[in-house]
Write a protein that binds this ligand. Structure first.
Ligand code: ZN
Length: 199
């Protein structure tokens, strides 16, 4: 078994320091083949514990106004500081996905929403996350600026600031929302998205 080292097919490099030790006995984990497993795994040579590393879920909403505009926030923190994204955050262990959608939207925008259909589900491999985006009707609240947001404002489908969107997954979610609502509008080319966001 080798030292903890991840190449293609493994976990992102930034995650390595957080998964170096065995959560059961504190021993140093190794990375390599495990009997009965079809791919290399992190495991503990001392106690045999296998540490499975899986993506986390980020729950987001596209809050829609009564006029059919989408509320976006200009991010006040990294990553993506100064650029636009939909509200969202990590699913907590003690809440449902829809509860998280309501909570994160309220925390980041001051808006109360009722999540509706899922617009899409998107993998961000380098970040180790899966992002779900709900379309959500705004049912109350007042747009507010928080520590995490510099500005919250509505955009009509034709006014979405495509070049200033923070994340590839945000771009994909907005694209998937606009396409059926306004099939007449030109959309950003998905083939160029990966390059502009570095993969
Ligand atoms: Zn152990």
């Amino acid at each position: 078994m080798s030292e903890v080292r991840f190449g293609r097919g493994g976990i992102p490099d930034w995650l390595e320091p957080m998964v170096r030790y065995c959560s059961r006995c504190g021993g140093l984990l190794g990375f390599g083949p495990i009997e009965g497993e079809e791919r290399d795994r992190l495991s503990c040579p001392s106690c045999g514990f296998v540490s499975y590393i899986n993506p986390r879920l980020v729950v987001t909403t596209l809050p829609i106004t009564g006029r059919g505009e989408v509320m976006l926030i200009r991010r006040g923190i990294e990553p993506g500081r100064g650029r636009w994204a939909q509200p969202g955050g990590f699913l907590e262990i003690d809440e449902t996905v829809r509860e998280a959608a309501v909570r994160e939207t309220l925390e980041e925008t001051g808006l109360r929403v009722e999540p509706g259909a899922i617009v899409g589900l998107y993998s961000r491999l380098h970040a180790g996350v899966v992002v779900v985006a709900f379309e959500a009707q705004i049912v109350g609240g007042v747009p507010t600026v928080t520590r995490e947001s510099l500005e919250t404002r509505p955009f009509a489908p034709e006014a979405i600031p495509w070049p200033e969107i923070a994340f590839e997954t945000s771009l994909r979610a907005l694209r998937d929302w606009v396409a059926p609502v306004r099939p007449d509008l030109p959309l950003p080319d998905l083939a160029t998205i990966g390059r502009s966001f570095g993969g």
